[in-house]
Design a protein around this ligand. Sequence first.
Ligand code: PPS
Length: 307
Amino acid sequence: MALDKMKDLSLTPAMIRIDLGEVEGVPMLTPTCSIWDKIWKFKARPDDLLIATYSKAGTTWTQEIVDMIQQNGDVEKCRRDTTYKRHPFLEWFLPASPPLSYSGLELAEAMPSPRTIKTHLPVQLVPPSFWEQNCKIIYVARNAKDNLVSYYHFHRMNKGLPDPGTLEEFIEKFMTGKVLWGSWYDHVKGWWKAKDKHRILYLFYEDMKENPKREIQKILKFLEKDLSQEVLNRIIYNTSFEIMKENPMANYTKDFPGLMDHSISPFMRKGLVGDWKNYFTVAQNKKFDEDYKKKMADTSLVFRTEL
Ligand code: PPS
């Protein structure tokens, strides 16, 4: 991008393809690393709801469902702001001038209760106050291959993230956990273990695609909410991929101008289970499966890679 264009959008070269640092061995963007002490000391409140995911596992979808439930199916209320302002993204920190600047931490601190907060942190890096306050947490997991393909395209379109390289290179980085927010394998396994000890609803993207009604009902129960069939149907409709893709308050077209280039790959890309088959070669798939077996041998967690 030309420098004068960057100036217009308050973009600086330092914001493009930001480097990864590390927090406790987990790769994080350097601005996040720079405020890690503050993130770790974040004061959760007992009525906070945390939506935790590995990036590209269906976070935005779940956020929209949760917001629609909390707003009793009022579509207009859910359009009060964009997703990442309605729900503070805890560790996301963009030290810039408006409209690009963002501090999930400050947004959360200023927000009245009850708050719904988003995070991609692996379980061991969740600020201790969430456990101390016994907060409810919804975790959503997506099968590794679709998660990887979605993450790859997201790195291509979001210039704030490291350059993904070729898909072949990105697969290698994903398998070795050398990507933002670290190892997918450790993430899904770590949260899976944690659900036995804490108030965690563990959901799967594939289940949500297969039967959104059933999965939304699980969320309703977890949030101790009761809504009419009519409202439930409205939520199912308005949180479908097709409707969310056209919703500027959910599709990120209003956010991060200049950083996210939806013409390279839209944030709401395909929303499918099994799209990985269009990208993995036979050799890549074989290698990935062999490695996957080893990394997932110590868990009861099972994923579906097609429906
Ligand atoms: S982020 O940036 O980490 O918060 O991304 P996240 O929201 O977790 O994941 C984005 C992927 O979720 C898909 N998506 C949906 N799928 C089905 N239904 C609905 N309503 C929906 N909303 C978002 C989105 O398209 C991304 O997946 P891919 O495979 O890239 O299309």
